[in-house]
Design a protein around this ligand. Structure first.
Ligand SMILES: [Zn+2]
Length: 384
């Protein structure tokens, strides 16, 4: 009798263990699927980053590059989302661009998830989401909420100290998997350095004139609602920034520090003939240290009671309105920035302009929405 009891409880434990293993494995495999943008009106071709760096082929670091070609010859522009896939305004702006832009002159290359590997996991220690869902014109669509760094399954272990190539700059070991510390990259380096090298090769081989890297940061980080530009593009960035300010968008402008290596706005300008290397930051409450629980309301609505309280207590040095920073405002800022900086580029480089229309900006995405729709509901109207 006693023996039978033990056998039954043993079998039950085994069944339970198998059930847990099957469920978690299915979840684990599912998060490795990254939902990509749909084909907008100007998408003429989708290549892979491995077309510029063959080392990425059949790795989780390979990622789609959407090519939007205008009828007329012109300049060329690169837009990166998903440098940090835990910063949704970056890849959602890239997705909005791909699905809406009508390119009339020039060519636009858009990589929605440049660190593809980082989009295939999340940071469970942060209590972060894995997905969020929006109701778009074609029905329910799911988007990933990933991590800042390359998936450790693809690149591991981290060294104690990360030594940047070629500068020799030393950073914390975890930065080894941050693509925005890996530029200009190298073909005989690790996976993250290979991804960065792929982007550099694209910039050099396709003669990219103006490049954007779209980010978000916590509301208490000083560089938010900000543009960082390589010194080569301070003329374009100054004109664009002034036009953004005149259009009612708070934007500060910083020149890329010459001694801080590995970042897009530094290395693109140093390692290629690019005419403008620009990074933009919006305010994302879900990355902040002062936040409450990471919820969809917080990630998309950009609202958090803890931040409202922090403002009252005088802890914040940056803007934090009670309405928060909804995804409509954050993507509106990025897309308006791309528009104004590319217009400024066309002014200084009139023989190779980049002309496009159809992409919603700050007005359409943010100012035209009702308060109730500022949680992704309004943004979803512009997705296919
Ligand atoms: Zn970032």
């Amino acid at each position: 009798m006693e023996k039978n009891k033990k056998l039954i409880s043993g079998v039950l434990c085994l069944v339970l263990a198998v059930a847990i293993i099957v469920t978690t494995s299915m979840n684990f495999l599912a998060v490795r699927e990254v939902p990509y943008p749909m084909m907008g009106p100007s998408v003429s071709e989708v290549k892979m980053l491995s077309d510029w760096n063959p080392n990425l082929k059949d790795t989780n670091g390979d990622t789609p590059v959407y090519i939007l070609k205008g009828e007329k010859e012109g300049g060329s522009m690169l837009i990166l989302g998903g440098t940090h896939p835990n910063e949704p305004s970056g890849y959602m702006s890239a997705t909005l661009f791909i699905e809406n832009a009508v390119v009339e002159q020039g060519t636009v290359y858009v990589i929605p998830y440049v660190n593809h590997s980082a989009a295939t996991h999340n940071d469970p220690g942060e209590g972060n989401l894995q997905y969020f869902t929006l109701t778009t014109k074609s029905g329910e669509r799911t988007f990933r909420f990933g991590s800042r760094a390359t998936n450790p399954i693809d690149q591991w272990p981290d060294p104690d100290v990360y030594v940047h190539y070629p500068s020799g700059q030393q950073l914390s070991g975890s930065e080894t998997r941050n693509i925005n510390r890996a530029y200009p990259g190298r073909p005989d380096g690790n996976l993250t350095e290979n991804m960065a090298y792929g982007v550099m090769e694209l910039i050099r081989n396709e003669d990219i004139d103006i490049g954007f890297d779209l980010h978000e940061a916590s509301p208490e980080y000083p560089v938010i609602n900000a543009t960082v530009s390589h010194q080569v593009s301070m003329d374009i960035a100054s004109v664009g920034c002034m036009n953004l300010l005149m259009g009612g968008i708070e934007m500060s402008l910083e020149q890329s520090p010459t001694n801080f290596h590995g970042l897009t706005h530094r290395e693109w300008g140093d390692a290629s003939d690019i005419r403008a290397a620009i990074l933009m930051e919006t305010a994302n409450a879900s990355q902040g240290r002062l936040r409450g629980a990471t919820t969809i309301e917080q990630v998309l609505g950009g609202r958090d009671k803890c931040y409202t309280k922090s403002l009252e207590l005088g802890f914040l040095y940056v803007p934090w309105e009670e309405v928060g920073h909804p995804i409509e405002e954050r993507c509106g800022r990025h897309l308006e920035g791309i528009k104004q900086y590319s217009l400024a580029h066309n002014e200084v480089n009139p023989e190779e302009p980049i002309v496009y229309s159809g992409v919603p900006g700050y007005q359409e995405l943010y100012l035209d929405a009702t308060r109730e729709e500022l949680d992704g509901t309004h943004l979803a109207k512009f997705l296919m």
